[in-house]
Design a binder for this molecule. Structure first.
Ligand code: GDP
Ligand code: MG
Length: 441
């Protein structure tokens, strides 16, 4: 899966201070394969990768994120963008009723969607009317009536017993009925075929011409993968549509269809259906779909939190001090608080891809220990934190008593701090961090 692939790419990038062009090319190659596997159409993949490359190569070195995280962040942002960025709202008519027409292949989920939309619209304070214009299948009208009843809305259907009616005529009369009975939104359900079909297209186009809908929603099964593109193009050319609804997202669709349809037709995805029940429905959220495609919801959360907790200036100062060996316990405490602001450590590490096996050990990485370290540092005076060398035996005893720990605990923290400071200064010298090794040279 994309998630696995990215995880291994990320592992290769770990420990690099900055990305070379070769790193970026290799990462993009993996992402390209992964997107193709997620059923994204080739032309879409190509333009997407080109965009990522350009951004990654020109990107600033982030202080909050390591290079691998930075690539994921860029990929995610571009995905959200390509999926439409902001959620687009329904166009409501200035003079009600607003007419929403549904179009799509048979089995795409139009009739089910009609019920879901009706229920959702009611929740938004509207009084919808469903109009049954699928007169093709014997049970289609009954199906809409059942769905309408569940949603608690009225369904307009042709009178039974008159033979096969004319869907265009039913649509027109449905709108009249809505006006008469003061429904402010009309949802027109239409017939689909199993494949793209001239007659079906013509019928849908005729209904569109007759009722001049405010929205034509192209309903597409997210599970059909690459076929979504050809189907979408056929409907775009044959009927035209103003928005897309993805259905069956509860299946194991990787979301490639979403990306392709949006990019190829240029029309926004407006709603998402994820189950057979009326409640299994939501406004489409580009960010959620992006993390579904990336398969890295948790990773993205982590990146966000890291950026929020991170104060670039403070880190710059700390980096300087590390380089010159001037890091104090005060800085140490600040850094620790910044990291802890992101939540329990075990959770944070647990969010990293591949950390699954480490869960047991992580459970032992106990917060109490961190609390104790924090308490000990807080028990020191500002002078002691700024210059830990002055912390002699009697001061250690005072700190231990003040923070309710043993003197050996205080010793351990202070000694570890000196060791860490020495090591960091050496490393900074070697890797050219700001201020690197200026004192040790
Ligand atoms: P239509 O031919 O386009 O009107 O499609 P239907 O609304 O009749 O739906 C076809 C089948 O797909 C039905 O069995 C629905 O219960 C099912 N279905 C519709 N939407 C979803 C969905 O989001 N998830 C799942 N799992 N099934 C759905
Ligand atoms: Mg139907």
């Amino acid at each position: 899966t994309l998630s696995d692939r990215l995880t291994s790419v990320l592992q290769n990038l770990r420990g690099k201070g900055r990305l070379s062009d070769a790193d970026i090319d290799a990462t993009c190659r993996e992402i390209r394969i992964a997107l193709l596997e997620a059923d994204v159409a080739l032309p879409v993949v190509k333009s997407f990768i080109a965009g990522i490359k350009e951004r990654a190569k020109g990107s600033e070195v982030s202080q909050a994120l390591n290079p691998a995280q930075q690539v994921v962040k860029i990929v995610n942002e571009e995905l959200v963008n390509i999926l439409g960025g902001e959620t687009r709202r329904l166009n409501l008519a200035k003079n009600p009723p607003t007419v929403i027409m549904l179009a799509g292949l048979q089995g795409a989920g139009k009739t089910t969607l009609a019920g879901k939309l009706a229920k959702w619209l009611r929740g938004q304070g509207h009084a919808p009317l469903l109009v049954a214009c699928d007169l093709q299948r014997p049970n289609a009208v009954t199906q809409l009536q059942v769905v309408g009843e569940r949603a608690g809305v009225t369904v307009f259907a042709p009178e039974p017993g008159n033979g096969v009616g004319d869907p265009v005529d039913v649509a027109r009369r449905g709108i009249e009925e809505a006006r008469r009975a003061q429904h402010d939104v009309v949802v027109v359900d239409t017939a689909g075929r199993l494949g793209v079909d001239e007659e079906m297209m013509r019928q849908a186009a005729d209904i569109r011409t007759a009722v001049q809908p405010d929205e034509v929603l192209f309903v597409v099964d997210a599970m059909i993968g690459q076929d979504a593109v050809t189907t979408a193009e056929a409907f775009r050319d044959g009927v035209g549509f103003t928005g897309v609804v993805l259905t069956k997202l509860d299946g194991d669709a990787r979301g490639g269809a979403a990306l392709s349809v949006r990019e190829v037709t240029g029309q926004p995805i407006m709603f998402a259906s994820n189950g057979e029940k009326l409640e299994d429905f939501d406004v489409f959220h580009p960010d959620r779909m992006a993390s579904r495609i990336l398969g890295m919801g948790d990773m993205l959360t982590l990146i966000e939190q890291a950026e929020q907790a991170f104060d670039a200036e403070q880190a710059q100062v700390a980096a300087q001090k590390i380089g010159t060996g001037e890091l104090t316990l005060e800085d140490f405490l600040e850094q620790m608080l910044a990291v802890r602001k992101m939540g329990p450590l075990a959770n944070l590490i647990g969010m990293l891809p591949g950390a699954g096996q480490m869960k047991d050990q992580l459970a032992q990485l106990d917060e109490k220990h961190l609390d104790r370290v924090q308490a000990i540092i807080r028990g020191m005076t500002p002078a002691e934190r700024a210059d830990p060398k002055m912390i002699n035996a009697s001061r250690r005893l005072r700190i231990a008593n003040g923070s309710g720990v043993k003197v050996s605990d205080v010793n351990e923290i202070v000694n570890r701090f000196f060791d860490a400071r020495k090591m960091m200064a050496q490393m900074a010298g070697r890797f050219g961090l700001p201020g690197g090794g200026s004192k040790n040279r």
